[in-house]
Design a protein around this ligand. Structure first.
Ligand code: IPE
Ligand code: IPE
Ligand code: MG
Length: 233
């Protein structure tokens, strides 16, 4: 199948895993792996824009990742901050709309403000919706949605799948068509557990900092050959 025949998923979600192992293999501190993984983001986002992907969701920090050593958590927060500082203008110029998915409250105020600013600044962009899952947990998201539904006074008989979907952090994005997990791990790790009901999964042993445009195309090519049935015939 040539690239012109690729079936482009409207929504790709990525579990960007393997930064720590990438660093360890080079005798570097884990944070260097996270930095390398961040550098890599630029080409993947650009490739998605070029290929016509409309939604890209990146799993950057899970609710469970707070359990890592303080130094690593702080380093990851600093990386998030510097990505916003250095990439916002270019992403904005490229028509990328930034959306944070996850709970903002637990994040330091300064970073929270920067995240909100980046969402506000890019809110009218239409080329690509970039969902950044930071302090995101699929279970936490469902808890949060239920809290919002109760607070809104929606009666039990009015609660359906549509109502729950609308109250998730990802509201406004369709369900992911393709979920990619790098680094050889084959598990969900609390990512998009509601939205992934009929997603196609693609696993690759490649560690996230080494995942490039060619690898992305390979994943999309693989996806193009899948027959999605959604429970029907
Ligand atoms: C993924 O890489 C990034 C985050 C979870 C923040 P890891 O840090 O999990 O890397 P490995 O899995 O230890 O190699
Ligand atoms: C999932 O990776 C979270 C992110 C990529 C942000 P983890 O490395 O945290 O997942 P586990 O611990 O291997 O399941
Ligand atoms: Mg990992």
């Amino acid at each position: 199948m040539t690239s012109t025949e690729l079936k482009i998923p409207a929504h790709i979600a990525i579990i960007m895993d393997g930064n720590g192992r990438w660093a360890a293999a080079r005798g570097l501190p884990r944070l260097e792996g996270h930095r390398a993984g961040t550098e890599n983001l630029r080409q993947i986002i650009r490739a998605c824009v070029e290929l016509g992907v409309k939604y890209l969701t990146l799993y950057a920090f899970s609710t469970e990742n707070w359990g890592r050593p303080k130094e690593e958590v702080n380093g990851l927060l600093t990386i998030l901050e510097s990505v916003i500082d250095h990439e916002l203008n270019e992403l904005n110029a490229e028509g990328v709309r930034i959306v944070h998915v996850g709970r903002l409250e637990a994040m330091p105020k300064k970073i929270r403000q920067k995240v909100c600013h980046s969402m506000e600044k890019t809110r009218n962009n239409e080329k690509l919706v970039l969902n950044i899952a930071w302090n995101y947990g699929g279970r936490d998201e469902i808890v949060c949605a239920l809290q919002e539904i109760v607070k809104a006074g929606i009666p039990a008989e009015k609660i359906n799948e549509e109502v729950i979907t609308q109250h998730l952090f990802t509201h406004g994005s369709p369900d992911p068509d393709l979920i990619i997990r790098t680094s050889g791990e084959m598990r969900v790790s609390n990512f998009l557990i509601w939205q992934s009901a009929y997603a196609e999964w693609y696993f690759t042993p490649t560690l996230w900092p080494d995942f490039n445009k060619e690898e992305l195309k390979k994943a999309i090519d693989n996806y193009s050959h899948r027959k999605r049935r959604f429970g029907k015939l």
